[in-house]
Design a protein around this ligand. Structure first.
Ligand code: GDD
Ligand code: MN
Length: 378
């Protein structure tokens, strides 16, 4: 990261640092800075930190030419990405509060005083919101972008009740996150990340009119949208670690039964009975175990993926074998019993599987796939 404008250390610390992540926004910056200047003139002590990802579109010249001593440009040459730019801005901010906004004038700077009033009240986070009374979106959003935004908002529901958690117009205390290691700045939704991991209780939504940009184009690509799915998974693992482990474990378990049946069928078909039934069953069981191991390690015990493979595999096979052996013994015992109806057998098997899944999961996460100190995040 390179600091283009040295910070003026003689200036008193402002109340607010407005962090503006930019990528190729040179055309929009003069308009934005003019409007921010008007907010300053209205009595808000703010400075501006533009975090640009080496746009090479004249951004540096525009800032130099405007020559405002309350504006500072940071040019990042190594890192890229909106969320990490915002985090970089938070680290460099000097104000008591941070406001994050887009450069393209989609977000009206005039509501910054409302943000501050909320933060000085009892809000621990403020969002400029399109979806509360008084908020709106300029026409011209295609149906696709609208659906997209709605679907993304619904997916954020398990984490927050905020109406517009996708917003990129944010206000919060500079010290909201004291350990920035917990943050995973993937993709666009840094607001959602801060609200969830900052464990914000009182998020206030200030209505805004979201304008369509006049210059340049949106950087919200398909890749960024796919990153959002990844982000949701990470948030789930952070906020609901047990459920996010158990659910995939149970689902992989069910899929394992399918694999077992499929393998039995294939073996029968391929070998034409030459393998012998016991051997076929053993091969199918082992195959299903390997299937489960692979997917459980990836999806249910993701946090232990970097730990040594072999002890995990052996431990996994050993734990899996317990219910298998029990099943085998019970089946042999029941086979000779005339009183056991097939229905009872099915019920028993079902109850056994449910208990087995919980038992296996508990044993696995306690003994085989343990959390190490460094694996808490994702
Ligand atoms: N430094 C940096 N690096 N800035 C970036 C990058 C990047 O990789 N990508 C985008 N930006 C900046 C843009 O220059 C702009 O100032 C701001 O981030 C938002 O980018 P846009 O490309 O204008 O995003 P959008 O209009 O599609 O999305 C906006 O609205 C969404 C809600 O509909 C953003 O505010 C999103 O955060 C928001 O979810
Ligand atoms: Mn935009």
């Amino acid at each position: 990261m390179e600091q283009c404008e040295p910070m003026n250390t003689r200036q008193p610390a402002p109340d607010v640092t407005v962090i503006v992540p930019t990528y190729q926004e040179a055309e929009s910056l003069p308009g934005l800075l003019d409007r921010l200047e008007a907010v300053r003139a209205g009595g808000v002590a703010l400075n501006v930190l533009i975090v640009d990802d080496d746009s090479q579109d004249g951004t540096e010249a525009v800032i130099a030419e405007m020559d405002r001593d309350w504006v500072r440009l940071l040019t990042r040459r190594e890192d890229r990405g909106l969320s990490s730019a915002v985090l970089c801005g938070i680290q460099e901010a000097t104000g008591e509060w941070c406001v994050v906004m887009d450069a393209d004038l989609s977000h009206p700077p005039e509501v910054i005083p409302d943000f501050l009033a909320a933060l000085r009240g009892d809000a621990d986070f403020v969002v400029g919101s399109r979806y509360v009374p008084g908020g709106s979106t300029e026409d011209g959003w295609g149906v696709l972008r609208w659906i997209n935004s709605k679907v993304a908002t619904v997916m954020a529901r398990p984490f927050t009740t905020v109406r517009d958690p996708m917003s990129g117009f944010l206000g919060f205390s500079r010290t909201l996150i004291d350990d920035s290691d917990v943050l995973d700045p993937v993709g666009y939704k840094i607001g959602l990340e801060l609200i969830v991991k900052g464990e914000c209780r009182h998020v206030e939504e200030v209505p805004i009119h979201f304008s369509t940009r006049r210059h340049g184009q949106s950087k919200l690509s398909l890749r960024v949208q796919l990153q959002y799915l990844n982000h949701i998974v990470r948030l789930a693992r952070w906020k609901y670690p047990r459920l996010s482990s158990f659910l995939p474990f149970a689902m992989v378990g069910v899929s394992g039964i399918g694999i077992y049946v499929l393998l039995l069928w294939i073996l029968e078909l391929v070998s034409g009975g030459t393998l012998g039934q016991d051997l076929q069953i053993i091969i199918a069981i082992v195959g299903a175990m390997f299937w489960n191991f692979t997917f459980d390690r990836w999806l249910a015990f993701w946090y232990a993926r970097k730990q040594p493979f072999l002890p995990q595999l052996l431990g996994f096979l050993a734990v899996c074998s317990i219910p298998v052996i029990v099943n085998f013994l019970i089946t042999r015992w029941l086979v000779g019993d005339d009183y056991v109806s097939p229905a009872a057998g099915a019920i028993g098997a079902f109850a056994g599987s449910v208990v087995g899944v919980v038992f296996n999961w508990l044993v696995m996460r306690s003994f085989i796939f343990r959390r190490s100190e460094s694996s808490s995040g994702n």
